[in-house]
Design a protein around this ligand. Sequence first.
Ligand SMILES: Cc1ncc(COP(=O)(O)O)c(C=O)c1O
Length: 395
Amino acid sequence: MKYNFDTTVERIETSCVKYDLRETIFGKSDVIPMWVADMDFETPDFIREAVIERALHPIYGYTFRDSSYYNHIVNWLDNNHQWKIEKESVVFCPGVVPALNFAVLAFTEPKDKIIVQPPVYFPFFGAVKSHDRELVYNQLLKTDNGYIIDYELLNEQAKDAVMLILCNPHNPVGRAWKIDELEKIAEICLKNNVMVLSDEIHADLVLPGFKHEVFANISPEVASITITTHAPSKTFNLAGLATSSVIITNPDLRKIFKDYVENLHIGMGNIFGMVASNAAYEKGNEWRLQLVDYINDNVDYVDRFITEQLPLVRVFRPEATYMVWLDFSKYGLSDADLKKRMIFEAGLGLNAGTDFGPGGEGCLRMNVACQRKTLEIAMHQFREVFSNNPNVSSL
Ligand SMILES: Cc1ncc(COP(=O)(O)O)c(C=O)c1O
């Protein structure tokens, strides 16, 4: 391995959400933070060097995204996801969540129905509800083989919906949707005139044995109803630089979206985001592949540890992302008790499953993008509280 993911970095007092907001979020300032989706790994040196080099220039005046920014994204998507697009299709946005909100505002009207597939990344709910649109839950089905899509229900719901927000790959259940699954969604959406907002921020974090399928790449027809979001932020640990892309190959839709963003005057972004994005996409593939291996080893460790030592917990092994979805239903605890035990007894800060909407009951989401030794400590603390105690539900 050329890169070292075992180096611990002190993050406390860096205005870091994951560490510095623990008291606010969990009511306990020393939980091991395994929640918000950023990683405890150093942003790679070639990105830091590029940012530092630009920072050494003594003027931080107005800048624009030159063609290098767009070309790097186009090449990355082609090389890594076999998606060929023109650079004109890429629109800059200062973050994926803002982009989802802008798309909802630009393409839908108040009271319109928008479908989401919970348990799902909760800002999807806000992107719908905070703009007075109606949320429609196409809840994923939990089966013995993992989570699947309820197409029958989707077919019904699509009849009077205007948009589907797809999480591809899916956070938190970790599915890297297969092509036939996406094709069925596409067929339903095309038939019912439902636009698809495909959030592909986790595309680069598909684990060995699985593949990311670009929804818009199914066919030109599907591309014409799709808005895709993508970013280097999850992959390269750059969320603080607020840099993402919205890819819209349909020129009519693109004009609507671009006008919307331009009218808000948020398209300029910051220079460091562009520099970091360029360095990531130009030099980052080897680092990314090693990262994915490290994450996969962490997932293996958690999976093995829990399966052997805490058999009442069901592990949904992710196919993508560094999130592990854990189901504690067999303990018979209320969600409030589950959360309390995890925070105050095990000393771990995980996301409550219920935050991800219907279907999240009895579950927790664990972020495993941390050093292995942190994970080992966390799993031992976890076992202390949740070891296979038949009385745990009555405690
Ligand atoms: C599916 C999904 N979309 C978007 C984001 C966040 O995107 P951004 O930080 O660019 O707003 C996350 C972060 O966890 C995510 O999981």
